[in-house]
Design a protein. Structure first.
Length: 675
């Protein structure tokens, strides 16, 4: 065990984010994902692990405890800062390698000393020190740290010349990347990452995947990039409904297991509720018969001794509703670009693009940072003039444009007024309805825009765009700041959207689901892959990261459970047939003694069959709970079918028991009257 949190609890502004949370990093190189809806407390949990935030102690509960084995170094990107931004990048990064640099200098010094004292008494001790130092230097990566440093700079979009630039000369986003590089190079024993793929291009993301997969120490990562998590993590912790749950495997395994667990608990809950009702009804009917009171009490005790199964809480799937039909239908030809050269200076063009987009196409644009993806979109919406070439739209084309800067939009207006100012002719009810579809409900519409999170600002921007019902959507990184549910909602919306979509994204899963064609922006050129993301992977030489149906056997001719079901059906049919010719008082009086004996015998036999069926039902339920069958879905389905059939048989026997009991009462009454 490297680190463990027991009974973790955190409150924020009087609201419980999570409680009774148990979390453990078992192995030194374990890779863990922390997932959940926006606002559930993932980032807060990282702060707790790092020591930046303390857990909330509750006087009526067991203490929240964070324990560590030894004193593992913990690295958290939010804690990385540059104390002196006048230093060069190289000078700042050298701080990470100070120990290795000192060791390297000492090793070089020892080599010179050994040459000078080749015959001296100190020669052996010098060799011993050098050997010991060289082994430690090698274990710490001393022979490849400089190459690793250069590789990281290149993958994160920096040049060798950038090493000598002062930190103050870089933008805020670039300084964040440099801080990230410094964190990775420092190799903490517990690495904490919060949305590390945001604002990284696909090349950098793929490199980071490979790096983290082989990272020699523990990793805890918060991310909404499903493909990224699938390729790295081996454990997933989810925070939902203020509760933390652990799932083994990657993100896909987590999603599948969560769904199965929910369905199983729901099925077990419903089955138990049906069993409780059956036993309750049976006890209620039997307690009115003096001879059956003990049996009624046994049914009530059976209910009391049950381990009650809770109804499972539904997953938090609240999301926006963005489905709409374009107001006008455009022509077949949407956009035509010929030798369209984009950039900000004639002597330094970014790339040249030629393409033809038809109605209904969904073009995904990808490529490295700074190569021109956003510039291309800004050119297509008229914000930037092309350097050369032409582009034109077809007939009746109406564009809705989403800029990634909309997530940083600032305003002191309320959400309600901000939206209403764009559509002043709408009634308040219509404005509230439009905002409600994007989860701005009740008092939330009175928040100021400045109070909104990045994800909320994205939703507000999309609400304003979609209200116009354009027939062409041009979207620049729309999924940044969105959680999994939000991304899936946008995917579904774009797949059902009747218009045309041109979008930039670094989310490979999103691109693979949505894009019907891919445009890759390369240095000074662009390549079109007309058949989607898989076509792009195949033709570009990239590598992409059997759902079989479970069919039950129909050979049931010798199945005793089937035979029991058929017996139940025959018994039920016989009961109905018997019911249609229920004996009258006169008939009972005529053969009173004979009929009374027959009814008593039938009642006893039905009671014995009922008890036997209940025992068999319990055996089937015990078998169903056998852990060895947890993944044998065919066997589980057969057992459940048998349980359902046995339940049906018991209900039939209960009807037979009640009917015979009533007939027996009538027979006794007739005999009493006759006597």
């Amino acid at each position: 065990m490297i680190l463990q949190i027991t009974n973790g609890r955190v409150e924020f502004s009087g609201e419980i984010l999570f409680e009774h949370a148990d979390f453990v990093i078992k192995n030194k190189n374990e890779k863990i994902a922390l997932v959940g809806r926006n606002g559930c407390g993932k980032t807060t949990f990282l702060k707790v692990i790092s020591g930046e935030m303390q857990m909330t102690q509750h006087e009526n509960d067991a203490p929240s405890v964070l324990s560590r084995t030894g004193n593992p170094s913990i690295g958290y990107l939010r804690q990385i800062s540059f104390s002196d931004e006048n230093l060069t990048v190289d000078a700042e990064m050298q701080k990470v390698f100070r120990r290795l640099i000192d060791m390297k200098d000492r090793m070089e010094e020892l080599v010179h000393l050994m040459e000078e004292h080749a015959e001296g008494a100190d020669h052996d001790s010098l060799i011993e020190e050098y050997t010991r130092l060289q082994e430690t230097f090698q274990d710490l990566g001393g022979y490849y740290y400089e190459k690793e440093y250069d590789t990281m700079l290149r993958k994160f979009g920096f040049s060798q010349e950038d090493k000598q630039r002062k930190l103050s000369e870089f933008s805020g986003g670039q300084r964040t990347k440099l801080a990230f590089i410094k964190l990775l190079l420092s190799k903490p024993e517990v690495l904490l990452l919060d949305e590390p793929t945001n604002h990284l291009d696909i090349n950098a993301i793929e490199w980071l995947e490979g790096y983290l997969k082989t990272y020699p120490y523990a990793l805890v990562v918060v991310s909404h990039d499903r493909m990224f998590l699938d390729r790295i993590v081996d454990t997933v912790y989810e925070i939902e409904h203020q509760t933390m749950t652990c799932y083994p495997g990657n993100y896909t395994a987590f999603a599948k297991r969560k769904k199965e667990d929910y369905e199983k608990q729901l099925k077990d809950y419903r089955r138990q509720q049906a069993e409780i009702k059956r036993l309750s009804d049976l006890a209620e009917k039997m307690k009115h018969h003096p001879t059956k009171v003990s049996m009624a009490h046994s049914k009530e005790k059976a209910i009391e001794h049950m381990d009650k199964i809770d109804s499972p809480e539904k997953a938090d799937t609240r999301t926006f509703h963005a489905f709409f039909t374009p107001e006008r239908e455009p022509g077949k030809d949407i956009l035509f670009a010929e030798d369209l050269t984009i950039g900000y200076a004639q002597n330094d063009p970014l790339c040249t693009v030629s393409l033809a987009i038809k109605r209904g196409d969904r073009l995904g644009i990808l490529g490295g940072n700074g190569l021109g993806k956003s510039t291309l979109l800004k050119t297509l919406v008229g914000q930037i003039d092309p350097l050369s070439g032409t582009y034109r739209y077809g007939v009746n084309v109406e564009v809705g444009y989403f800029d990634q800067q909309m997530a940083q939009y600032s305003s002191r207006k309320t959400v309600l007024d901000d939206f209403w100012d764009v559509y002043p002719k709408l009634m308040q009810q219509d404005v509230r309805s439009a905002l409600g579809a994007f989860l701005f409900t009740q008092e939330e519409v009175y928040k100021t825009v400045d109070m909104l999170s990045g994800g909320e600002k994205v939703r507000l921007a999309l609400a304003k765009i979609f209200q116009r019902r354009p027939n062409v959507l041009i979207l620049d990184e729309p999924t940044n700041h969105m959680d999994m549910i939000g991304k899936e909602t946008l995917e579904d919306m774009l797949l059902k959207y009747a218009g045309t979509v041109i979008f930039v994204s670094h989310d490979r899963y999103f691109i693979s689901r949505v894009a019907t064609s891919v445009l890759e922006i390369l240095p000074h050129e662009a390549k079109l892959y007309p058949f989607g993301y898989e076509d792009y992977l195949e033709k570009s030489g990239r590598k992409p990261g059997d759902a079989g149906n479970i069919v039950m056997s129909t050979k049931k001719a010798n199945d005793p459970l089937l035979a029991a079901t058929l017996d139940a059906v025959r018994t039920y049919g016989a009961a109905k047939s018997e019911e249609s010719r229920e004996p009258t008082k006169a008939q009972l009086s005529y053969q009173a003694g004979k009929e009374l004996a027959r009814l008593q015998k039938r009642l006893q036999k039905t009671e014995e069959e009922l008890e036997r069926a209940e025992e068999e039902l319990q055996e089937l339920k015990d078998e169903l709970m056998d852990p060895a069958l947890a993944s044998d879905y065919v066997k589980l389905k057969e057992l459940q079918d048998a349980i359902d059939a046995k339940d049906e048989q018991i209900l039939t026997l209960m009807e037979e028991y009640e009917k015979t009991d009533e007939q027996l009462k009538s027979a006794n009454q007739v005999i009493g009257e006759k006597e």
